[in-house]
Ligand binder design. Structure first.
Ligand SMILES: Cc1cc2nc3c(=O)[nH]c(=O)nc-3n(C[C@H](O)[C@H](O)[C@H](O)COP(=O)(O)OP(=O)(O)OC[C@H]3O[C@@H](n4cnc5c(N)ncnc54)[C@H](O)[C@@H]3O)c2cc1C
Length: 361
């Protein structure tokens, strides 16, 4: 079977490498830093888009397929590695009543449970919220994962089967007579029959040399972590694009900002204050809880949040799986499966046309 080079070791690269190696391919993964330390580490781990009805059906198709697959995936990863990705079905509460008109028909169309809650029912599910809208939305099936653990488990599950080369940046795609033949890295050359670029926010850079490139750009997101104790909140809560995520050990995350600042990953005092105010407004008891951490990650922003998955036109053997924007964890497993199908010439699990480089986004 052909040797595949995966460029980028975030959730998307790791999941893609895992799919490929499980199908019998020989796989090398090259990562410029350490695997699973960029957006896939920084993210919130909600296994749903926020306000899923705002996305195109092409994003929904990847999300729904991945959501069905996550319980089995996390169980297998745990068996293989001993690492618990902490998949919990916390459910998602949405406190923006005006979303109802779009949400309820979308839920019926996609067979996803969405209920409306009275103020009393909301208080029962999430006591201690700072305010109670006249109606809330409740999606009881939505789960979360502890994404730093998930990416660690993914890495461990492929160690020994995939050649993982860290601290090695791919700087040029090598093309000979219209065919991809490998990549030049800062340490040398890696030959491969097939290449799949999974470089997250950095993806467009690698395609600059080829002319046409995916419209992927970094979008910074900052998060705050509260060192809360278990029992303070059990549900994911979303209001005006800010969300609280309660982890299994009680810690609570609040996210996130959307900032177009290029490849700058520093945190800012303004975002910290803004997130802190939003957190205390949503759950006033957080005002008594110490902030444990504050970080930022670079999302691979793409038009409409529709990832690029498929073959690079005009160059045989060159593929991409990148640009998952705000939803790379929820769409990752299905994206990896689709990319592997296309690379290995299998019948694709989903119609790949909406994810092509030239597709309308
Ligand atoms: C604050 C925040 C909250 C989020 N919350 C959620 C959420 O709740 N649910 C959800 O589904 N998604 C969420 N996301 C989005 C999700 O994290 C991303 O869509 C996903 O992690 C993208 O995965 P990736 O592997 O493409 O990118 P990354 O994890 O960034 O990985 C790309 C990797 O490629 C490497 N790389 C880049 N260029 C090269 C090169 N030339 N050579 C070698 N290696 C290279 C990088 O070092 C990096 O490790 C969130 C993101 C952020 C920032």
């Amino acid at each position: 079977m052909s040797d595949v080079l995966v460029i980028g070791g975030g959730a998307i690269g790791l999941l893609t490498a895992r799919e490929l190696v499980r199908s019998g391919a020989g796989v090398t993964l090259v990562e410029m830093g350490a695997t699973g330390r960029e957006a896939s580490w920084a993210g919130g781990g909600i296994i749903s888009p926020l306000y899923p009805w705002r996305y195109a059906d092409s994003v929904t198709a990847l999300s729904l397929r991945s959501q069905r697959h996550y319980p089995q995936l996390c169980a297998t990863l745990r068996e293989e590695t001993g690492i618990d990705s902490e998949l919990i079905r916390s459910g998602l509460l949405i406190l923006d009543p005006q979303e109802q008109d779009q949400a309820l028909p979308w839920g019926r169309q996609h067979r996803t449970r969405i209920e409306t809650l009275t103020p009393g029912a909301l208080r029962e599910l999430a006591p201690g919220l700072g305010f109670t809208p006249p109606t809330a939305l409740w999606m009881p099936e939505i789960a979360q994962i502890r994404n730093p653990r998930f990416v660690r488990a993914l890495r461990r599950s492929i160690e020994g089967r995939v050649r993982i080369r860290e601290q090695e940046e791919a700087v040029e795609l090598l093309v000979d007579s219209g065919r991809a033949v490998g990549a030049r890295t800062r340490k040398g050359r890696i030959a491969a029959d097939l290449i799949v670029v999974c470089s997250g926010a950095w993806t467009a850079r690698l395609f600059e040399q080829l002319g046409k490139r995916p419209a992927i750009e970094p979008v910074r997101g900052q998060m705050l972590l509260f060192h809360a104790a278990p029992g303070q909140l059990d549900r994911i809560v979303l209001f005006r694009d800010r969300y609280l995520i309660p982890r299994k050990d009680g810690r609570i995350l609040i996210g996130s900002t959307l900032e177009h600042e290029g490849f700058v990953k520093t945190t800012t005092a303004e975002a910290k204050e803004d997130l802190y105010q939003a957190a205390v407004e949503l759950l006033p008891s957080l005002g008594r809880v110490p902030i444990e951490d504050h970080w930022a990650g670079l999302r691979p922003g793409s038009p409409g949040g529709i990832p690029y998955i498929g073959a690079y036109p005009g160059i045989r053997g060159l593929y991409f799986n990148a640009g998952h924007y705000r939803n790379g964890l929820v769409t990752g497993p299905a994206s990896a499966r689709l990319a592997a199908d296309l690379l290995l010439g299998r019948a694709p699990v989903l119609d790949p046309s909406p994810y092509a480089l030239d597709a309308d986004r």
